[in-house]
Ligand binder design. Structure first.
Ligand SMILES: [Zn+2]
Length: 309
């Protein structure tokens, strides 16, 4: 087992044994709304998570997130980007009676295009570094590596939902906006930012025939300028990636979420629903974390290897 996986296993057991899941349900979750954020999970994994959630809370759509509770815990299900794999989740949504929101990149889905960070050029260049660049610089670097966001890539498969898939899902899913091309909003100039917000709203409405009023910030990065522009372009909510529960007192343009890892085992999922692993991830404890990982690595090297995994 790799040090990181070993650390996660220990962390998961520590959280579950401590009784934190029950404690957070009682003291923090109460009848508030936990907004779950996924990207591209496989159907079996999502099925197990929803079965677990069903025993612990009611499912509500995103339109209920700012409404007062009635004494029962609530959860809303969201997916970012509009990955083509989301189409296979439809039977799971129907099985569990949940109406999710999928925040789509409106100029990638239904266009036979690829989310930029999934292309070989972006992966070679380093996605984490590219996210931080001014937008024009990021696009220039991607262009030098043979990728243009509005042209079908020769090197990477189409990664967004097709128009037909979206139409088939419309009776069961709310499609909302996650920009047109998934830039980092805070690295756009004012005009680029307004264009991404306003045009994606229009494109989602054309695609679905319904109002587009909800937005998810790419990478969870936003500031007061982005909030002001969301309001000015007619949105009613903005979902961040900050961890926490929501209720009628939450700022609708700074909604919290639980950013769940797509391939989470059920114990790891239950641990993430306490909010502790997500808060840990955000803590500036790089040195402490790396010492822990090195210690575990050292301990592991002292033992004989039992398998290749
Ligand atoms: Zn995204």
């Amino acid at each position: 087992m790799k040090p990181k996986q070993l650390m996660r296993t220990i962390f998961t057991h520590a959280i579950l044994v401590s009784g934190l899941p029950a404690l957070t349900r009682l003291l923090l979750w109460r009848d508030r709304v936990a907004v779950l954020l996924y990207h591209d999970p496989d159907p079996a994994t999502l099925d197990s998570h929803l079965a677990y959630l069903k025993r612990n809370c009611d499912f509500v759509p995103m339109s209920e997130v700012n409404k007062p509770g009635k004494g029962r815990r609530r959860a809303a299900l969201t997916f970012d980007d509009g990955h083509v794999g989301n189409a296979a989740l439809l039977p799971i949504f129907i099985k569990h009676g949940v109406r999710p929101t999928i925040y789509i990149c409106s100029s990638i889905v239904a266009h036979e295009r690829t989310h930029w960070w999934l292309t070989p050029g972006a992966q070679h260049a380093g996605v984490k570094r590219l996210i931080k660049l001014p937008n024009s610089q990021r696009l220039e670097e991607l262009a030098r590596r043979g990728f243009q966001q509005d042209v079908r890539s020769d090197e990477a498969p189409v990664s967004g939902l097709s128009r037909e898939q979206i139409e088939a899902m419309l009776p069961y899913v709310d499609f909302q906006s996650h920009t047109r091309f998934h830039p980092t909003l805070t690295r756009l100039d004012d005009q680029e930012c307004i264009d991404e917000l306003a045009q994606s709203k229009r494109e989602v409405e054309q695609l679905t025939g319904s109002p587009c009023e909800h937005f998810a910030y790419p990478y969870g990065r936003y500031g007061s300028r982005e909030v002001a522009m969301l309001k000015a372009t007619g949105y009613k909510t903005g979902r961040t990636t900050a961890v926490g529960w929501n209720d009628e007192r939450s700022d609708p343009f700074r909604l919290s979420a639980f950013d769940i890892e797509d391939d989470s085992s059920l114990p790891w999922f239950a641990a993430q629903m306490t909010g502790v692993p997500l808060a840990w991830r955000l803590l500036p404890l790089g040195t402490v974390k790396s010492i822990l990982i090195r210690t575990l690595n050292f301990a592991r090297l002292g033992k004989p290897q039992t398998n290749a995994g």
